[in-house]
Design a protein around this ligand. Structure first.
Ligand code: 4AD
Ligand code: MG
Length: 449
């Protein structure tokens, strides 16, 4: 057996009650008096209190243990005992100790630190129990997403990150030099490639990081974020919305099943998550505008540098956080808003055959101020209308010839959507800022660490 296979981890201690095991990890905290020392050990899978009783160990071991500081790295051996009152439910009666390194003046102490300090120390902050719990939920959500698609006949088709053109508007592109070919752009969305993949494979999803040179300094925007984008041949908007609801229900229910410890540590309201079962709510953009008008929710605009409230909310304007949050106040489950004005949405969205002012788009808004967690649409499959939109948006026609080929050869109705991973992790964990839900956040004012 490879030696690493004999490593033991705190999350599996239930299997080792009454046995002597060695744990490897870091000292989260140490207390003690007289003949007793208590070490709270953290090994990445959980925490375990290790009890050192002077009469059971050598003088040398007891003295070594006294030198341990917060975040010192150790291997510690002892017998495991079930202990209801202990964090994690088990304790170790220590018999052996090996010190890997003593940590000096660890900057993050149990006292409160400001946000700016913590984010600067993100490489260490990740070790704190809340951050650790959020990262475990994030990993569970990624697994839920993969399980959902892999288990429902979808194929993973990775899309490129270096691309020749824009997908989601030209104002948020990161540009980079690309050898003798001029400029390349970091992908804003894998969608256009997912469409090509769907016509090859039927049902696909792409899952990876995307980049937006977005100026918004909100609690919901990153410049680099992860997105999962399913794309399905022969799906119309209704099929697309059904799939989006199934996915979100699956993710939430998966977390409830597998992340109880983490959600409890995060003090997340579990009852609210338990309500996330289909059917969700749905509303057309036009009905949503009627509601905003009735409830006197204004459009917020900056005119000549001044914030102005425009009432009644004018049909045709996009919703911002103010409108989305107002609409969602009434709902305890996600709500899909569909059929937005063509003017505010991307070039690739299909015109509604019943009303050419709107496109077959849908955004899923989450409850509890989660904001937009999904954006998607049925795609324009009429080559003339699509060409017209590409021209109107001043997109480079040459670079889009391959995309138009998808309408020339075997064009079919098709649809897809993008779910922003961090938006969903933020909602499910209840984190107050999106920067806490990705290991190393990228925002306009931050690229280190
Ligand atoms: O609504 P968006 O821009 O849609 C697309 O990119 C489509 N091409 C998706 C598709 O149809 N395949 O982005 C999709 C989702 C949003 O609903 C939101 O959850 C998330 O991506 N998102 C962001 N997350 C964090 N930071 C940002 N700056 C984000 N912008 C969008
Ligand atoms: Mg969107």
């Amino acid at each position: 057996m490879s030696p690493y296979k004999s490593f033991r981890y705190i999350e599996n201690l239930a299997d080792f009650v009454g046995q002597e095991v060695t744990l490897r990890g870091w000292v989260q905290n140490k207390t003690g008096k007289g003949k007793l020392q208590f070490i709270i050990l953290r090994d990445g899978t959980g925490i375990c209190q290790c009890v050192i009783f002077k009469n059971n160990v050598s003088e040398e071991l007891f003295a070594d243990a006294k030198t341990l500081t917060q975040e010192s790295a150790i291997e510690i051996t002892g017998t495991i005992r079930a202990e209801e009152r202990a964090p994690g439910g088990y304790e170790m009666d220590v018999t052996g100790l090996k010190i890997h390194s003593i940590s000096k003046d660890y900057p993050i102490t149990p006292k409160e630190h400001g946000d700016a300090f913590l984010i600067e120390h993100r490489h260490l902050w990740l070790r704190s129990s809340r951050q650790h719990a959020i990262m475990r939920v994030r990993a569970a959500i990624v697994k839920a997403i993969r399980d959902f698609f892999d288990g429902n006949g979808f194929k993973l088709m990775d899309s490129p990150i270096l691309t020749p053109n824009a997908c989601e508007g030209t104002t948020t592109l990161f540009e980079t030099k690309y050898f003798d070919l001029g400029s390349a752009y970091l992908s804003q969305s894998g969608q256009l490639y997912a469409e090509a993949s769907a016509l090859a494979m039927g049902r696909v999803y792409t899952f990876g990081p995307v980049f937006r040179a977005e100026r918004s300094k909100t609690r919901k925007h990153l410049t680099e974020f992860w997105i999962v984008e399913p794309e399905m041949a022969f799906f119309d908007l209704n099929d697309d919305m059904d799939l989006a609801e199934d996915l979100v229900e699956y993710i939430v229910q998966y977390c409830l099943k597998h992340c109880q410890t983490e959600l409890k540590l995060l003090e997340r309201n579990i009852e609210n998550l338990e309500k996330i079962k289909r059917p969700f709510y749905r509303m057309s953009y036009s009905n949503a505008v009627d509601w905003l008008v009735e409830n006197k929710i204004p459009l917020k605009k900056k005119i000549d540098g001044k914030d102005v409230d425009i009432l009644p909310f004018p049909w045709g304007e996009d919703f911002g956080a103010v409108q989305e949050e107002a609409i969602m106040e009434q709902f305890d489950k996600p709500c899909i808003i569909h059929r937005y004005p063509a003017e505010v949405k991307a070039f690739y969205m299909k015109r509604d055959p019943e009303d050419s002012k709107v496109v077959l788009a849908m955004d899923m808004l989450g409850p509890e101020k989660a904001g937009e967690i999904i954006g998607g649409s049925q795609r324009e499959d009429n080559i003339d209308l699509l060409t017209e939109r590409i021209k109107k948006d001043n997109l480079p026609m040459d670079e889009f010839q391959w995309y138009l080929d998808l309408r020339r050869f075997g064009s079919v109705p098709h649809s897809g959507f993008g779910l922003g991973l961090e938006r969903v992790v933020k909602w499910i964990t209840g984190a107050s800022h999106i920067r806490e839900v990705i290991p190393f956040p990228r925002m306009i004012y931050r690229i280190v660490p």
